[in-house]
Structures are given as C-alpha cells and as structure tokens.
Design a protein around this ligand. Structure first.
Ligand SMILES: Nc1ncnc2c1ncn2[C@@H]1O[C@H](COP(=O)(O)OP(=O)(O)OP(=O)(O)O)[C@@H](O)[C@H]1O
Length: 650
C-alpha cells in the first residue's frame, strides 16, 4: 500500500481515516472487520433498501415519471381495442369512412403512446443516471475510506473489481434495464386489465401461461444467483492476480517467474469464463421454457375466443383484440423475465457495492468503540479470553498523553502474536524513539497507533493537538480542520504530477510561497535547481527522485498537513552520513511542535529524541532517555555501542 502520509485530509493520497481525536466531531470509529478476510456483501434487504433510497432521492421526478409511463401504457392499450372494433366493422359490412375514422384514431393512439413512452423513458433515465452518479460517488468515497487493514485482508483486486466491474454491472442495469422493465411492467398490468375488460375469461386464459413462467423464473433465479455471485468473485480474483503480476513485474521477470504468473492469470481467467458459460447455458434453457409458456397462453386465449364467439358471448372483433392483447404481452413479459438475468447480475454487484459502503459506515455508539476514540480490539464479538484485560475508556484516557497503547497484543494471523502486552505512553509534544532489531515489532506498533491495524487485545488511543496550537489558516478560505495524526511510512510514494501537485495533496490550498517554505524547512534546496521548479513532473514518467529526496517531500507534506501527532517510520538505508544528517534535521523540522513517535532506523534519531523505547520480540524491554539507557548498560547501551563502532546502520 503506497501513501506515506496517512491522513483524514480528503485530498490526501490513499486516504484511510487517521486516528481519532477522542470526542472530536466526526471522530472515526473503527468499523467492524468481518471475521473472514473479505469485504462484506450486503444482504438482499439492505441492497433493496439502498436501491429504493437511490431512486426516491428524487421523489417528485419519480412520481411524474410513473404518471407519464402509466398514461403511455393506457394510450397503448387503445391499439388492440381499436383493431378489434375495425374487425367488427369489416365483419358487419360497415362503411369505409368508419374504417378510416378508426384508422386515424388508431394512428393518434399509437403516436400518443410512443410520445408518452419516450418521455417516460427519458425521465426515468434521468433519475437512473442521477442515482448512478450518487452510487459511484458513494462507492468511491467509501473505498477511499476503507481501513487499510480491511483492504490488505480482502486484497486490492476485490476493491478494484467492486468499483469497476460491479459499478458497470449496476450501471447497465440501472440505465438500460430499469427504464425498459418499468414500462414493461406497466404494459403487462394494463394489458391484463384490458383483456379482463373484453371478457374476464380472456384474462383467465392469459393467466394459463403464468404457472410455467413462475416455475421457470424460480428455477432460473435459484440457479443463476449463485452462479453470478461466483462470476463476480472469480472476476475479482482474476483482477487481483493481474494486479499482483503487474505490480511485481520487475521481480517476476528477474526471477524468471513470468510463465508461472501467466499460468496463474490464465487459470483465474478460465475459471471466470467457465462460470460465465454456465450462466449463459442457464439463460438459454430459461428462454426455451418461456417460449413454451407463451405457446400455452396464446393457445388458451385462442381456444377461449373460439368458444366465446361460437356461443355469441363476444364478437369476432373482441376475440381478435384479445389475441392481440395477449400477443402484446409477449414482448414485455419476455423482457421482464429475460432481464431478470441482468437484474440478477446487477443485484449481485449492488450487494457488493452496498457492502463497501457499509464496511466504512461508522458503528453506532456502544458498538465496541469507546467514546474516547479507543481502538477496540478486532473481533468485537469474541468471548473475552482468559487473561484479557479489556481497557475501558476511563482507564486509558489520561489528560496529558497524546498516544496511549495499553497492554496491547497483536497478531497478523490468528495465534501468531507479534506484539505482546505492549504499554506505551507518549505525552503531548514528546518525541519518543522506538528502537529494536529488525522484526522486533516497531512498525506494527506504529500501524496500531495509526489505526491501520487494531489490537487483538488491549486498547490504543490517540489524543488531539496540544492546547494553544493554531490551525493553519488559508488565505482564500476557512481554516482547514486540523488532521489528528499522520504517518510517514517506509515506502514513500511520489505521486504522478508536478512537484506542486504532489505537495498540495497534503494542503490543496497552499500557495507556492507556502510550498517553498515547507521545502526550505526540510532543506530540499535541490528543488530550486530544477529548471521548472515546482512545475517539474515527478512520479511515474517524471523526474526520478532518490529515496532521500522522496523522503524530504514526504516530510514537507507533513509540514503542510500540520498534524498534531506524527509517526515517522522512514528507513532510508541508502543515504550516506551527510544524507542521514540532512534527513535527521529535516525530520526535526517536520516534527517540531508535534507529538512524535519515531521508529529509529538510525540511532542518531534515538539520541535526539526525548525518550527511547526499546523493543525486542514484540515486547517493550526498556524505556528512558538516551543518557539514562546508556548508563544502565542494557540492550540499548549495547545497540548504541555497536552503532557507534559503525557495525549497525550508519
Ligand atoms: N503484514 C504482515 N503479515 C504478517 N506478518 C508480518 C507483517 N508485517 C510484519 N510482520 C511480522 O511481524 C513481526 C514484527 O514486524 P515489524 O515490521 O513490526 O518489525 P520492525 O521492528 O518494524 O522491523 P523492521 O525494522 O525490519 O521494519 C515480524 O516478525 C514480521 O515478520
């Protein structure tokens, strides 16, 4: 996961929610992570409710549309009735002028029905396009808000498949199918009324087709639903496989694993294709059954017509009109039943999309997240294990601590704890350096503090800004809400665009003067030497920045973002002594006046901190100032001695 600055800033890159300031308005609460490592899929009821909400957001337009479509269907009903009357005129040897009059009426009804139908479809399409735009925005916003932990567990491919393939499936259904199906449903309902008006026995005969249609539909829905869901999952897996292969292309090529990866992509594609073919085979069998149902229905209407005409109960014209009415049902019924296919696919897609929006929905109070903004342990509904010490909000809320980890244990996979009983408190404005061998658990602590992961036991809390700190005001707008916490991670990402755009991801309204000031503060004097300065293209396809320069950009972004708490996990091993000294000074400038947790990859960073916390095998083993720890002769003193001898890091 790229993104060195993890922040609540809406313009920020890859912006999972930053940790909460307890009590702050809109403080994000940790959403419930499902036990299985997938993003949730909404229930049918929740999906239907979301669809209804989308459509009825524009309720007046919706009501007008229904009225126009109904009027169009009523006008359409006149056609078979008028044809029936014309047959009677012919049978009874009526005047040609009479025929012409009814012919003109027929033409008028047809034109009116077409105009109203067109208008209704246009209005409905407008509602649907609006609903679709809302859906796209909701899903994209929700996807950007997804906790990194959930994205990591579910796989990026799943998220990408949802915001692309699933949105497309729903788009097709909403913009193409829904308007057509709605007007078809009106036509069916009113045609049955028209048949009944001719003679109730015609309506009864028409219903003869219904049992087979209902049975066929139920048969189809039962089988196709799971198949379509599997298709969506298989497509997500294929996307995941492709993304993984492309993202790791260099590694794949250098290790000569190209063929293996191609085979894996092919395998996942074949599975998706096989499932799609199964769906098509089901659809063909379904249409066969519908054709048989129509044959039965038309046969019944004609037989009843023959019987009624023979008994003088109805005229030949009425029987003709009845047959035409039934024939008129073929199209709409076939369309509604046939489109169930698209509706099913869209339903599967919509359930996954609504799942994304619910994955980021804030749980209500009492959902396992304390009002103080504690990060509750994952698996909120598990029974407390023996030895669990569920830390209450009261227990962890301490007025002068900006970051509190209380008795925190954590495992990436069940049963494999990488942190055990970690207690860490960082006072407001304090700079704490985390020190330890590779794999000791420093980055895991940082990610827990940032809310990227949640503890399996214990509680984590990040408090707000130090009193008296001013928000950065922008010249041309209200002051931006101050972000709570931000992280500079080991993988600094330089986003494609100009240098100025890259920096403005952290502060969209910052002026060029402010950008230059931030760059100066982190000693990025090299920017001034670039021929195009802030307009220089960086990132993919642009100027390739060395790791220490990318690091300086990340630190400048911190200055522009101005968070209260910073977690710094920069590991720039490639820089020499001069580079390291520059980066240390840049970090000091970026962290000045903030609470900071610095993962000290160079012990010079630890020496400059207010306090050093030493970790070993997932536990805190020492804590104190640099001088105190050196004097005790413990693990830190040994690390320091080794570092001074130049055998570690430098
Ligand atoms: N995403 C992950 N999935 C599974 N295990 C992980 C993951 N990330 C880290 N670990 C494991 O957790 C343990 C602690 O790793 P962590 O990265 O927190 O240590 P660290 O002290 O920051 O190390 P380094 O200085 O090398 O970054 C290690 O055993 C590591 O292998």
């Amino acid at each position: 996961m790229s993104g060195d600055v993890v922040t609540a800033d809406p313009a920020g890159p890859a912006t999972p929610a930053a940790p909460a300031l307890p009590g702050a308005p809109g403080a994000p609460a940790a959403p419930a992570v499902p036990a299985r490592a997938i993003l949730p899929v909404a229930t049918t009821a929740a999906t239907n409710a979301a669809l209804w909400r989308m459509l009825t957001r524009r309720r007046w337009l919706f009501a007008a549309t229904v009225a126009v479509l109904l009027a169009g269907s009523v006008a359409g009903l006149a056609t078979p009735a008028l044809l029936g009357v014309m047959v009677n005129v012919v049978v009874e040897g009526g005047q040609t002028s009479e025929l012409v009059r009814f012919g003109l009426l027929l033409l008028g009804a047809g034109v009116l029905s077409a105009i109203l139908g067109y208008l209704g479809q246009t209005l409905l399409a407008r509602i649907c396009e609006g609903a679709l735009a809302d859906l796209r925005e909701d899903v994209l916003a929700s996807a950007l808000d997804l906790p990194l932990e959930q994205v990591e567990q579910a796989g990026v491919g799943d998220v990408v498949a949802r915001v692309s393939g699933d949105v497309d499936a729903v788009s097709e259904a909403i913009s193409g199918v829904l308007p057509a199906v709605t007007s078809a449903v009106f036509t069916i309902a009113l045609t049955l009324v028209g048949l009944g008006a001719l003679d109730w026995r015609f309506a009864l005969a028409a219903v003869a087709a219904a049992p087979l249609q209902v049975v066929s539909l139920r048969w189809f829905l039962r089988r196709s639903g799971p198949v379509y869901r599997e298709v969506r999952v298989a497509e997500a897996q294929r996307t995941e496989q492709v993304i993984e292969t492309v993202a790791g292309a260099t590694t794949v090529t250098t290790l000569g694993h190209g063929e293996r990866h191609e085979a894996l992509v092919a395998q996942s594609s074949i599975r998706a294709i096989d499932l799609s073919l199964t769906g098509i085979a089901l659809l063909t069998r379904f249409y066969n059954r519908l054709n048989i149902a129509e044959l039965i229905g038309l046969g019944a209407v004609l037989a009843v017509g023959f019987w009624l005409v023979s008994g003088d109960a109805v005229t030949v014209g009425a029987a003709t009109a009845a047959a035409l009415y039934f024939h008129r049902l073929f199209g709409p019924i076939g369309m509604v039943l046939g489109e169930f296919d698209e509706i099913q696919k869209a339903g599967a897609g919509l359930a996954r999309l609504v799942g994304v929006t619910t994955a980021t929905a804030r749980p209500a109070e009492g959902d396992g997240v304390s009002a103080g903004g504690d990060r509750a342990p994952a698996g909120g509904d598990r029974a407390p294990a023996e030895g669990d010490r569920p830390a209450s909000a009261a227990e962890v809320r301490e007025p002068r601590s900006a970051v509190v980890l209380r008795d925190v244990s954590f495992a990436y996979s069940p049963g494999r704890e990488v942190l055990t009983g970690v207690d860490l408190e960082v006072a407001e404005g304090e700079h704490v350096a985390l020190v330890g061998a590779s794999g000791a658990g420093k980055t895991s602590v940082a990610k827990l503090a940032m809310g990227i992961h949640r503890p399996t036991r214990g509680a984590v809390q990040v408090l707000g800004a130090a009193p008296g700190r001013r928000r950065r005001a922008s010249a041309d707008g209200p002051p931006a809400p101050r972000p709570d916490a931000a992280m500079v991670s080991q993988e600094v990402h330089v986003f494609s665009g100009t240098l100025a755009e890259d920096l403005r991801l952290a502060a969209p309204r910052a002026s060029d003067v402010e950008l230059h000031a931030a760059l100066d503060a982190v000693e990025a004097g090299w920017v001034a030497d670039l021929p195009e300065g802030l307009a220089t293209a960086v990132g993919a396809g642009g100027l390739d920045l060395s790791p220490d320069r990318a690091q300086q950009l990340a630190l400048a972004r911190i200055l522009l973002l101005d968070p209260a708490v910073v977690v710094l996990d920069e590991a720039t091993a490639e820089v020499g002594t001069d580079g390291a000294a520059t980066l240390d000074r840049a970090a000091r400038a970026a962290l000045s006046g903030r609470t900071a947790v610095v993962i000290a990859h160079r012990l010079s960073q630890a020496a400059a901190a207010d306090r050093v916390v030493v970790m070993d095998a997932g536990r805190v083993v020492e804590s104190g100032t640099h001088d105190e720890l050196r004097a005790t002769g413990g693990p830190y003193a040994r690390l320091w001695a080794a570092w001074e001898r130049g055998s570690v890091g430098r």
